[in-house]
Structures are given as C-alpha cells and as structure tokens.
Design a protein around this ligand. Structure first.
Ligand code: FAD
Ligand code: UDP
Length: 377
C-alpha cells in the first residue's frame, strides 16, 4: 500500500485519530494517511446496522456526553443528534434500583423511616445536590452514614469493580469509582453533562463525514508496521498502545479487556432502561439494550452483555488502561521515550496516552494537540 507522499501518518481511525486527521487536512492543508488495523473506521465507537436495522455498537455501548460547547460544536458539523439521557438500574437485593445511587435508590431499597433518616443525614452532611464519591463517603460521616456507605460499597461497587478490573475499588485510582458518585438529589441520569445525545445516523456515519476531506486517505486493515518507514518525511501520530509502539521495551502495560455476547429477541423493549447493571450476580457486569439508546422502533430488540477479562495480546482487545499507582509508574519510561521523539512522533488517545478517556475527552485531546502543537509544525 503506497499513496502520494503524505505529510502525516495517523495510526488509528478512532476519535483521536479521525479528529486530528480532519484538523490537519482542513486547517493546515496537510496530506494525511490514516491507517487502522481493523477493517473499519470509528475505533471503539464503531457501529453497524444489525437485525431490524437496529444500530449495534460492536465494542460495547457508547453514549455521547460532554460539558464542552467547543467539542459539541465541533462534532455537530459532522452529525445531527438525537437527545438521549442514559438511565441505568442495578439489580440489588432482588430489586432494580437507579444508579448512580441517589435519594430515589434509598427510597426503593430501605423501609420508609430509615430512608427518611438517611436522606436527611446525606443532605445535612453534604448539602442537597452534592455528588459524593463512594471512597470519600466511606471515610466520614455519622454512624448512620457509615452504614449507608458500607451498604453502597458492598452492594454496588465492590463486586462490580472486582469483576471489571480484578481489583478492589480502593486499589484503583479514586477517579475510577468517582465516575459514578452518590447523588444527594433525585437526579437518576447516569451522566449529568450539559450535552447528552446520540449521533442520528450512528457513529460510523459521523466518522465517515469527519474523514471525508480530499486531503485524507484512509487505509483500514493496515498495521502501522506496514507503513512504518515507508514515508521518511512524514510525521506520525500514534493512537495505539504506547508500549506496543516501543515494542514493550520497558515491559507490557496492563489493560483490561471485555468479551461481548450479543443476543436478540422478537418484540418490544426487554429492559425498562438502556442498561441494567448486575454488581453481585453473573459473570457479566451489565446488559445494554440498543433500542433505548437509538430511539429506534422495531419488531425486535438487540442486547449486549459485557464479560470483563484480562487482556491477552493477539487474543482480545486492550479496551481499558488500568488506572493505579503502579501503572502510572510503569508509564513514565514510555513517556520519556515519547519525549525523545518530539517533533517526529506524537502519542495521543486512550491507548496512546494510557488514560481512561471518554469519547469527548479523546476528541478534546485531539483538538488541543492540534491547536497547541501540530498546527504550527
Ligand atoms: P480507539 O477508539 O481505541 O481507537 C484507536 C484505534 O487505533 C483502534 O481502532 C485500533 O484498531 C487502532 N490501532 C491501534 N494500534 C494500531 C496499530 N499498531 N496499527 C494500526 N491501527 C492501530 N466513551 C464515552 O464517552 N461514552 C461511552 O458510553 C463509552 N462507552 C464505552 C464502552 C466500552 C466497552 C469501552 C471499551 C469504551 C467506552 N467509551 C465510552 C470510551 C471510548 O471508546 C473512547 O473514549 C474512545 O474510543 C477513544 O478513542 P481513541 O481514538 O483514543 O481510541
Ligand atoms: N462501578 C461499580 N458499580 C456500578 C457502576 C460502576 O462498581 O454499578 C464502578 C466500576 O469500578 C466501574 C467504574 O465505577 O468500572 C466506572 O463505571 P463506568 O460506568 O463509568 O464504566 P465504563 O462505562 O467506562 O465501563
């Protein structure tokens, strides 16, 4: 595979790579070659039309949310949106109760008097509307709040986290469990961002538009190794795993992977909300029903179960960097190696930065990298 000498090679056609390619092509007038080892664009956000024409997310459910008007406006050039507020319930003590854990969850799970006292205790301690990470709540509060914190820890976080990461919540960076804080309010929405929506035609269609610029050539089913060194003058952005780029010279960084099981059923929605979490039962963590996310009406429905597993190179995908003190330390020598390539190769994205980014963060990282460094290179 050879194209007219590109100025840039971008490895990975996910959010990070696609946005950078678009900026370099449209704003800096550069010729960009985007390669991805998968046989499609859109990275982990890839979706396709399944039975009943339902949009299926191959790599697990992806719900877009952001507080950044800049990111929202940027992506809105490439898609229309369907407003969507994601709701999650967890199966706890035989009931389906809303997550993030909030005042409604307390009401659903505890006798009335007890629930009233807990609610008052939370409001008195943190103030109405506060969002309290579970690890913080476990450290403080009166006896009754300690009971509640221990309950939430045991019933919502401990087993789910162990399934997902093979670690306890306190062994991970506190930001991980803080993604789903306790809400001292009745806000049942899984995300609270200002902008929450799904691309009307799906993510893959949005990516096709992002990458449609005439200065961009996309080559899927192409390993970086196939083009490494082919265009000596070209600069590189690498959005794959940073340790892989350096051939694991300082040891392999750990990642968590998932196995997905898709299943379909005839008929209307099978679940009351988009996702049901199963912290304490089964080997999977959650089941998501796509029709809720896309708002499609169809005679059938498609659901996806997520089974966490260890990442084994060549066998499955490195979906999650694992945020711990140890991995932060293991990343340092790779960051130093990356620094030595300054001006020639840049690393970015969930795998390139080894950072637990949401889609908007990957997009924001790409926009900032372009503005601060690549635009002037
Ligand atoms: P990726 O999408 O991973 O893209 C990197 C690409 O690089 C891949 O396509 C890969 O094939 C390619 N690549 C890697 N190495 C090479 C190589 N050597 N040669 C060629 N190609 C290579 N975020 C949200 O905001 N909301 C959600 O609801 C949400 N749900 C998620 C659910 C799951 C199960 C997972 C795993 C993630 C979820 N995310 C969600 C996060 C989201 O997927 C990421 O933020 C986003 O995909 C990061 O984009 P990226 O471009 O950095 O990486
Ligand atoms: N979490 C949990 N129980 C839940 C939901 C989340 O223990 O019911 C913890 C778990 O450690 C999980 C983390 O919070 O990995 C972040 O959850 P999120 O839903 O943001 O994970 P993602 O969608 O990125 O997989």
């Amino acid at each position: 595979m050879r194209v007219t000498s590109p100025d840039w090679i971008i490895v990975g056609a996910g959010f990070t790579g696609a946005v950078l390619a678009e900026r370099l092509a449209s704003q800096a007038g550069r010729r960009v070659l985007v390669v991805d080892r998968r046989d499609h664009i859109a990275g982990n956000a890839y979706d396709y039309r399944g039975p009943w024409d339902i949009l299926v997310h191959r790599y697990g459910p992806h719900i877009f949310h952001t507080n950044s008007k800049k990111i929202w406006d940027y992506l809105s050039r490439f898609t229309e949106w369907r407003p969507y507020f994601h709701h999650v319930v967890a199966h706890i003590d035989g009931k389906y109760a809303p997550i993030p854990f909030n005042l409604n969850t307390i009401e659903d799970l505890f006798p009335r008097r007890m629930a009233e006292a807990m609610t008052q205790g939370l409001i008195d301690t943190y103030g109405y509307g506060a969002k309290v990470p579970i690890l913080r709540m476990r450290e403080e509060g009166a006896e009754q709040l300690r009971y509640l914190a221990d309950y939430i820890y045991r019933k919502v976080f401990e087993n789910y986290t162990f399934k997902q990461w093979s670690l306890k919540p306190e062994e991970l960076d506190p930001s991980v469990s803080a993604r789903v804080p306790i809400h001292v309010s009745r806000d049942d929405r899984y995300f609270q961002d200002i902008y929450q929506a799904m691309p009307v035609d799906g993510y893959s269609a949005m990516f096709a538009r992002i990458l449609a610029h005439e200065n961009i050539t996309v080559s899927t089913s192409t390993e970086f190794e196939a083009v490494r060194g082919l265009y000596p003058g070209a600069k590189v952005v690498f959005t794959g795993p940073i340790d892989e780029y350096f051939k694991f010279e300082h040891g392999a960084l750990p990642y968590r992977s998932l196995r997905f099981r898709l299943f379909e059923r005839p008929g209307p929605e099978a679940q009351p909300v988009g996702t049901v979490n199963y912290p304490n039962e089964f080997d999977f963590t959650r089941i998501t029903e796509f029709k809720h996310l896309t708002g499609q009406r169809a005679d059938g429905t498609i659901l996806i179960e997520e089974y966490p597993e260890a990442y084994v190179p060549g066998r499955n995908e490195p979906y999650y960097p694992i945020p711990t003190g140890d991995t932060a330390a293991a990343l340092v020598p790779y960051q130093a190696m990356a620094h030595q390539l300054k001006g020639k190769v840049w690393f970015a994205g969930r795998l390139g930065d080894y950072a637990y980014y949401n889609m908007d963060q990957a997009c924001g990282r790409a926009l900032a990298l372009f503005e601060k460094q690549l635009a002037v290179t």
